[in-house]
Design a protein around this ligand. Structure first.
Ligand code: ZN
Length: 500
């Protein structure tokens, strides 16, 4: 079996390299590429994506898997070899259903849509983006048709981001979460307590912000020798293997939160990728298993650590040293400001409580479009209507409304629910880490984050994609996804800030 296993690994190494090249091109498109190169870059990425798909779906891989499966069945379930064969079977069976011609066509359409989206957003011109969105949703439905589904078309898309998760399960999680969230928002409103957020706006020097946030993520454990930080409009984390994990961020010289919290967030993603076991490198087992588990890591560092009292006991004096106008602002005022709860228009700026309402709205809209119940042309009105119903605020422009997110321009449909799943899981994991290290938070106040990182490394990061999200969560916490600890956490936060 050694020869077949080596043959499979060699092929996966080629596939990984092609994937990394596409990811690097995409990163370059955001950071350095001249605007005029968009068409050419779309073509290059389309070619490499097609090659990636061709190598992945090579019938030789199918034959190797058939040869290796009886051997893998005799290996321990959690061994690297058994996990590799198991995961490859799943991915291969999904991928061979998608025609190579479609992969090239979809990659190109996405690349062009993604180059039109920023201009349409800037010019508040939904009509400019609408034909691309129409095409993207049409092709997404075509894709779902190739990979297949039994219950709902949405399942085919969601499964690509969150293996084994179904739209009906998401709904079952979202319905009680929505009820609890609406109650909390109401309690905040009725508390009559106003939180003063004025200290977060003002003169925040660009370079000082970047230097401060970079220092913070390094304290969390982000290894800059295997990473770097660059600026983009819409922050994300990307990687070309565990030793090249890059953070992108945005800096607003008049507002503290944009850079600081986006850096903590993307750092959480980066720590996950940097912590994948070296033995898994260059195989499909390397790196994060799903977007939901990924988001549990980013939200953990952004919110559970980054918005905690103990973290700020350590961080606030440093923030004050960087921005002199904060010297007269008491730490309690600052702490309340970064934890304000208030319905708002922009998802990525939303507070911890109202955030999930933004996700539920997107989930419902995507489902409605795929079911043919909502037309693309009617999206701006649909969006505004739901914002009114869910959050009680209505955007005055499409840039602040339906055009705010990059995801649809990239063909990422079925992706949004994973943000809320990640929020829920982040608390389950954090509490398991805290049970193992009860003095965790005392250490934050000393600028020590090794205990929480160590627990995540050991229980989540090193496993890469060896287990399904559900298996991983059960191994780490003993339970399946459960929103109860998350809701209890939000209630404690509301009580802390608003006294209700
Ligand atoms: Zn994220």
């Amino acid at each position: 079996m050694d020869t077949q296993l080596q043959d499979l690994k060699d092929r996966l190494a080629t596939i990984k390299d092609l994937g990394s090249a596409v990811a690097l091109m995409s990163w370059d498109q955001d950071i350095h590429m001249p605007a005029g190169a968009a068409q050419g870059r779309a073509q290059q990425m389309s070619t490499l994506s097609r090659l990636h798909h061709d190598h992945f779906t090579d019938p030789a891989i199918g034959r190797l898997l058939e040869d290796l499966e009886p051997w893998a069945a005799d290996q321990p379930y959690d061994s690297d070899g058994a996990a590799l064969v198991r995961k490859m079977r799943r991915d291969y069976d999904r991928e061979i259903k998608v025609p190579s011609e479609f992969v090239a066509r979809f990659t190109k359409a996405r690349s062009i849509a993604n180059s039109v989206w920023p201009t349409a957003k800037q010019e508040n011109d939904f009509a400019k983006f609408a034909p691309h969105l129409e095409e993207i949703f049409g092709m997404t439905a075509e894709y779902a048709g190739y990979v297949g589904y039994t219950d709902h078309i949405y399942d085919a898309l969601l499964d690509g981001y969150e293996p084994d998760m179904k739209a009906a399960q998401v709904e079952a999680i979202f319905i009680p979460l929505r009820e609890e969230t609406v109650k909390l928002v109401q309690a905040v409103r009725e508390s009559g307590q106003a939180v003063d957020v004025s200290c977060l706006s003002g003169d925040f020097d660009h370079d000082t912000q970047l230097a401060l946030a970079t220092k913070m993520v390094q304290a969390f454990g982000y290894d800059m020798n295997r990473g770097r930080v660059d600026e983009v409009a819409h922050p994300y984390c990307t990687n070309f293997g565990r030793d090249d994990v890059r953070i992108t961020t945005t800096v607003d010289p008049t507002f503290f939160n944009s850079n600081f919290f986006s850096m903590l967030h993307e750092c959480g993603h980066a720590l996950y990728e940097q912590g994948s076991a070296p033995a898994l490198e260059h195989t499909t087992l390397a790196g994060g298993v799903s977007l939901g588990i990924h988001e549990s890591q980013s939200r953990l560092w952004e919110n559970l650590v980054g918005r905690s009292r103990s973290f700020w006991a350590w961080a606030y004096p440093q923030v004050q040293a960087s921005f002199h106008h904060l010297r007269g602002v008491p730490s309690e005022t600052f702490y309340r400001a970064i934890n304000v709860i208030e319905p708002s228009l922009i998802r990525i700026e939303a507070d911890e409580v109202t955030y999930n309402l933004h996700i539920m709205l997107r989930f419902e809209i995507e489902k409605a479009i795929l079911e043919g119940k909502v037309k693309i042309a009617d999206l701006p009105q649909e969006w505004d209507q739901r914002m009114e119903n869910y959050l009680g605020v209505v955007p005055s422009t499409v840039a602040q409304g339906v055009l705010q997110d990059v995801h649809w321009s990239l063909g990422l449909i079925g992706y949004f629910p994973t943000y809320s799943l990640g929020n829920i899981v982040s608390v389950q994991l954090y509490e398991a880490a805290k049970a193992a290290h009860p003095r965790l938070e005392d250490e934050f106040a000393q600028g020590q984050f090794g205990a929480v990182l160590g627990w995540m490394r050991e229980n989540i990061h090193v496993h890469g994609s060896k287990f399904t999200p559900n298996e991983l969560l059960k191994r780490a916490t003993g339970s399946e996804i459960d929103s109860a600890p998350y809701v209890a956490y939000l209630k404690r936060k509301v009580a802390d800030i608003y006294g209700v």
